[in-house]
Ligand binder design. Structure first.
Ligand SMILES: [Zn+2]
Ligand SMILES: [Zn+2]
Ligand SMILES: [Zn+2]
Length: 283
């Protein structure tokens, strides 16, 4: 399994556009891995997790052919994870030629909100068959705790408490004997998600760290490093993580997360890796 981090920033990207805090200034000065696009992940060449506003340009930048995408797993419809303006370009309204079939998999409520967002920018009804035919796509509602198989992938959807009213969920993807957890956006895993993961060995576990090691205050619907550690301990105790598991963080904001080198050094000493845009891993 080939995994490409297309973006590793939170909704605000990194550095924050108009912020002159010490972290953002340092990030601009250092450049390189300190510039983080909005988070999304590519698995092999055909499975995208989250069609965010930066996903397509990132695929171009890292040498991936966007026409090869066959599966889109959508975690939730927040604007940093779903760009309706990109999706509508599949329509004949945009003279899109010979697109191959794309299957969009998400929780039912997430699909409804995506359809609302598409309707706002274009007179397209995403839930109607007529438009699905026009855009050459299918929608599959996959509820929390449900699984399906597609083209060599086994996919398990699990509840995320990030934005339950909009059907937020996280995914376990298995392919070629390797298993990956993508848990962004998500605060601490819910009891149902932990139960679903019970005994499943994770070769790669990717968590969000919107708020890093130095954030003080409420972390709301996201994770800080301290909460991440509590979660890792739980996952180790129930057999999901061992010394062979690789743990990465993504969805990084300027709040409590220092510049990349400093965060990566800290992570290495504490047992996790820090994702950066364009990072490719082979499992
Ligand atoms: Zn987000
Ligand atoms: Zn800042
Ligand atoms: Zn979100």
């Amino acid at each position: 399994m080939q995994v490409t981090f297309l973006g590793t920033g939170a909704a605000t990207s990194y550095p924050l556009a108009f912020c002159q805090c010490e972290t953002c200034r340092k990030a601009r000065e250092l450049g390189g891995k300190n510039f983080r696009k909005r988070a999304s992940l590519l698995i092999n060449t055909d499975l995208l997790i989250d069609l965010g506003p930066d996903a397509i340009p990132a695929m171009h930048a890292y040498g991936h052919d966007t026409t090869k995408l066959r599966l889109l797993l959508q975690t939730h419809p927040h604007s940093d994870h779903f760009d309706p303006g990109v999706l509508v370009t599949r329509s004949s309204l945009y003279r899109c030629v010979n697109s191959d079939l794309l299957e969009i998999i998400a929780e039912k409520r997430c699909l409804e909100v995506m359809a609302d967002q598409v309707r706002v920018i274009e007179s397209i009804e995403l839930l109607e068959e007529k438009w699905q035919t026009d855009m050459h796509l299918t929608l599959t509602a996959l509820g929390h705790g449900q699984r399906l198989s597609r083209g060599g992938y086994e996919i398990l959807a699990m509840e995320s408490l990030h934005h339950p009213g909009w059907g937020s969920q996280i995914y376990l993807v298995k392919e070629g004997g390797k298993q990956l957890l993508y848990a962004a956006d998500s605060p601490a895993l819910s009891a149902a998600a932990l139960e679903a993961l019970q005994g499943k060995h994770l070769d790669l576990a990717i968590f969000e760290q919107t708020f890093g090691p130095f954030h003080t205050g409420n972390t709301g619907a996201h994770l800080s490093e301290a909460i991440l550690f509590e979660q890792l301990a739980r996952l180790r105790a129930q057999g999901c993580l061992d010394e062979k598991s690789q743990i990465y963080v993504t969805h990084i904001s300027h709040e409590g997360n220092p510049h990349h080198e400093a965060l990566a050094e800290r992570g290495a000493s504490l047992g996790y890796f820090v994702g950066y845009d364009g990072l490719e891993l082979t499992l």
